[in-house]
Design a protein around this ligand. Structure first.
Ligand code: IMP
Ligand code: MG
Length: 180
């Protein structure tokens, strides 16, 4: 057993469910973008595991870039967004897909969307693995969503608490005693 499992109150999504859903999304993206070479922009750090699996399930040529922002301290949102790593690709006229791990308030993604839109992409879509619709602080929707979940704090498959748990191959709910 994975020793990090002891810090979870429950496993929310096991490896098999995640992999199956990621493949579905990859197939859909491959069909919808078959006449172009899209640019996938992974949002670090949390999006790196999802992006790694997703890109390998997309069977058309594509490019990959990364952006790093920070908006969170531990388990609660500050709402303040900073760019820590910018993209290297010139996305003007390109078909861009933002790949993000999880949407909570929606503030990070709103900032990223506006920022990328200002670079003049031909199109801009958003792919999120997890969405917490009840936590949204604004009207927002996404083009590809892996799973909608409740307002629990989850870790694994790229998602962290204080930079740990990202390497869990599944997604679990973190025990409250770990972060309270
Ligand atoms: P938002 O700006 O409130 O939508 O926050 C989105 C970011 O907060 C995500 O990209 C994650 O980095 C982090 N986050 C939100 N909820 C969770 C969670 O349940 N576990 C781990 N990180 C989370
Ligand atoms: Mg993130």
């Amino acid at each position: 057993m994975n020793s990090m499992n002891l810090d979870l109150s429950a496993v929310l999504l096991d490896e098999h469910r995640i992999q199956a859903r990621v493949r579905e999304i990859g197939t859909q993206i491959a069909q919808e973008y078959k006449d172009s070479v899209p640019v996938l922009i992974g949002i670090m750090k949390g999006g790196f595991v999802f992006l790694a699996d997703l890109c390998r399930s997309i069977t058309i040529p594509l490019e990959i870039d990364f952006m790093a922002i920070s908006s969170y301290n531990g388990a609660s949102s500050t709402g303040a967004v900073k760019i820590r790593k910018d993209i290297d690709t010139n996305i003007a006229g390109r078909h861009v897909i933002v790949v993000e791990d999880i949407v909570d308030s929606g503030l990070s993604l709103q900032y990223i969307r506006e920022y990328l839109q200002n670079h003049g992409p031909a199109s801009l879509k958003v792919c999120v693995l997890l969405d917490k619709p009840r936590a949204h602080k604004m009207e927002t929707s996404f083009d590809y969503v892996g799973f909608q979940i409740d307002n629990d704090f989850v870790v694994g498959y790229g998602l962290d608490y204080q930079n740990r748990y990202r390497n869990l191959p599944y997604i679990g709910i973190l025990k409250e005693e770990i972060y309270s």
